[in-house]
Design a protein around this ligand. Structure first.
Ligand SMILES: [Zn+2]
Length: 233
């Protein structure tokens, strides 16, 4: 799943745990991807591309057993929950952070090619519904609708909706080989791809965080008391 829709997932978690600050939730939903960026830079995990890149299907997440196996985010979520809830006695924060970490795994399993192993060192099975490879345009529609759903559940501002829609549209060329876009410059440059995704992660987290804290002037606090809670949190 692309960065904007992982970031939008933080809105669902925030809605469930309104008293928990948004920033740790935003970091949690992208913890796996931030680990992937760091491990790619360090040369521990590896990404490859076809000789020409026309869509996301030409990008291969060849080796990422630490950041994107099934087991490691589950372990990270349990450890984070134990430390925050049992160690620091912040149960709501602990649950929100661990759910945020796990949300990334679930969303990637639904969209990725078969590239998610169960645990580092196990070569198979490789999980992932394969939506990016089999039906990239359907993946685009699913991601866009999912992002809008997150906004709807959160009852966010129109500016937040505009961000989610525009950021999804900005990725459109990645989902269709017939639509040319900046992805062509990523061919043979996997670390440029990693950097591009890192920038997307940071920009979408910052913008979703900023716009989620803003109240839409047209929304009614009487109808939606949670909006007011979100503004001051
Ligand atoms: Zn991911």
């Amino acid at each position: 799943m692309f960065a904007i829709d992982h970031a939008a997932t933080a809105l669902l978690v925030k809605r469930r745990y309104p008293k928990v600050p948004l920033t740790p939730i935003l970091i949690a939903v992208q913890a796996m991807e931030l680990a992937w960026v760091a491990l790619n830079y360090l040369g521990v995990e590896r990404t490859a591309t076809e000789s020409t890149v026309r869509s996301v299907a030409d990008i291969h997440l060849v080796y990422m057993p630490y950041s994107h196996s099934v087991g490691t985010p589950i372990l990270a979520a349990v450890v984070a929950w134990l430390i925050i809830e049992k160690g620091f006695h912040r149960p709501m924060l602990g649950r929100a952070v661990s759910i945020g970490i796990l949300s990334h795994l679930i969303l990637d399993l639904l969209t990725h090619a078969h590239d998610i192993v169960l645990w580092p060192g196990l070569a198979s099975p490789r999980l992932g519904l394969g939506l990016y490879a089999a039906a990239p345009f359907a993946a685009f529609i699913v991601e866009l609708l999912y992002g809008i759903l997150c906004w709807r559940v959160y009852r966010g501002s129109r500016a937040l909706l505009a961000l989610i829609v525009l950021a999804n549209l900005a990725n459109l060329s990645f989902f269709s080989a017939s639509i040319p876009g900046p992805e062509q410059y990523l061919a043979g440059r996997p670390l440029l791809l990693v950097t591009t995704i890192f920038v997307q992660i940071v920009v979408t987290l910052v913008l979703v965080g900023a716009l989620a804290r803003r109240k839409d002037p047209s929304s009614s606090p009487a109808r939606s008391p949670l909006v007011a809670t979100n503004v001051i949190s």
